[in-house]
Design a protein around this ligand. Structure first.
Ligand SMILES: Nc1nc2c(ncn2[C@@H]2O[C@H](COP(=O)(O)OP(=O)(O)OP(=O)(O)O)[C@@H](O)[C@H]2O)c(=O)[nH]1
Ligand SMILES: [Mg+2]
Length: 308
């Protein structure tokens, strides 16, 4: 199983596990104390209050129903795994992989990356472009984070490395870059376009309005573009990511989520909360800064990794 071989989620797992082992191995006075400790553990793993309460309530229900006693706490461990599994299996529906959608599209398939500053939009765009290029697609990148020259440079380094054309200009109108990119993509018969966006503007409303504008302007070239809006979330931020999903959702329709920086954080439990609270599939996870540090999110592997 690749989660176990590659040790990138080890930090999240270790923190969760060592505490879990303490809870389940130490002699607990009664089930109530055990549930209290478990609740603290789930909260500290950044699963989120709502989802934690739901899990604990379901556990209580099953303790009563199945007559689980403090002497059989290993049964409770199995039940806990089942309850978290239920959340993930129920909510995380399967999605068509991007490469299939590109193949099915008879015009350039447009993907837009969004998220607050520093979460990993540009890096993830580079990783995704690398992956798609390896699958044989003709790609084009639109540098619609136009406010900082450094942002364009960063993207250029990636695109040069991968060998993909980039449309860029320093302007206060990022939507115009997106427009130019789509026009160029049509004339060059490009398979897929990746649009990078800014994460920081003067304020949150400014950022959201800019994204809505980019969205609208692209439709003038390709009416149903962007075909895919990917929200990038930084796992190390923990539960604040919930607010980010809510804010962006109120302005654009998010197609899927990529969670980055899972390699260096103990807050990986946030993934469970996001799956439970929003009906948006997690498509990939970012597990490092290198070009192939992007992995497809696999719900079964994730659960098996947390609960050996
Ligand atoms: N460890 C780790 N670092 C990552 C990952 N993804 C991105 N980073 C790092 O996070 C930092 C910010 O990444 P960017 O891609 O520039 O983030 P951004 O969202 O484009 O940022 P802005 O353009 O400023 O909004 C960089 O140092 C990346 O190398 C990841 O999966 N793991
Ligand atoms: Mg960026």
């Amino acid at each position: 199983m690749f989660f176990l071989n590659k040790k990138y989620l080890e930090k999240t797992r270790m923190k969760f596990f060592s505490k879990m082992q303490t809870i389940f191995s130490k002699k607990q006075e009664n089930l109530d104390t055990l549930l209290d400790n478990l609740e603290d553990l789930l909260l500290s793993a950044d699963i989120g209050t709502k989802t934690t309460i739901k899990i604990i309530n379901n556990l209580e229900h099953r303790i009563n129903k199945n007559n689980i006693t403090i002497n059989k706490i290993e049964d409770l461990y199995t039940v806990l795994k089942e309850e978290i599994n239920k959340i993930i299996i129920k909510k995380q529906y399967d999605i068509i992989p991007i490469y299939q959608k590109i193949e099915m599209s008879n015009q350039p398939y447009v993907i837009m990356m969004i998220g607050v500053n520093g979460v990993g939009k540009t890096t993830t765009l580079g990783k995704l472009a690398f992956m798609l290029k390896q699958q044989g697609f003709q790609l084009m990148i639109g540098a619609a984070d136009t406010f900082r020259a450094a942002a364009i440079n960063q993207l250029e380094i990636w695109t040069k490395h991968i060998g993909i054309p980039i449309i860029k200009k320093i302007t206060s109108d990022p939507a115009s870059v997106a427009y130019d990119t789509l026009q160029s993509a049509i004339s060059h018969k490009i398979d897929a376009v990746l649009i990078d966006t800014a994460g920081r503007l003067q304020n949150k409303i400014g950022l959201m309005e800019e994204l809505s504008k980019i969205n609208r302007v692209m439709k003038k070239v390709i009416p149903n573009a962007p075909h895919e809006i990917i929200l990038i979330l930084d796992a190390s931020i923990g539960q604040n990511t919930f607010e980010q999903v809510k804010s962006f959702s109120s302005f654009v329709k998010i197609s899927s989520i990529i969670i980055t920086k899972l390699d260096g954080t103990a807050k990986g439990g946030v993934l469970i909360g996001i799956i439970d609270q929003f009906n948006i599939p997690i498509q990939y996870i970012g597990i490092g800064e290198k070009i192939n540090d992007l992995k497809k999110f696999n719900k079964k592997e994730f659960i098996d990794f947390f609960f050996v």
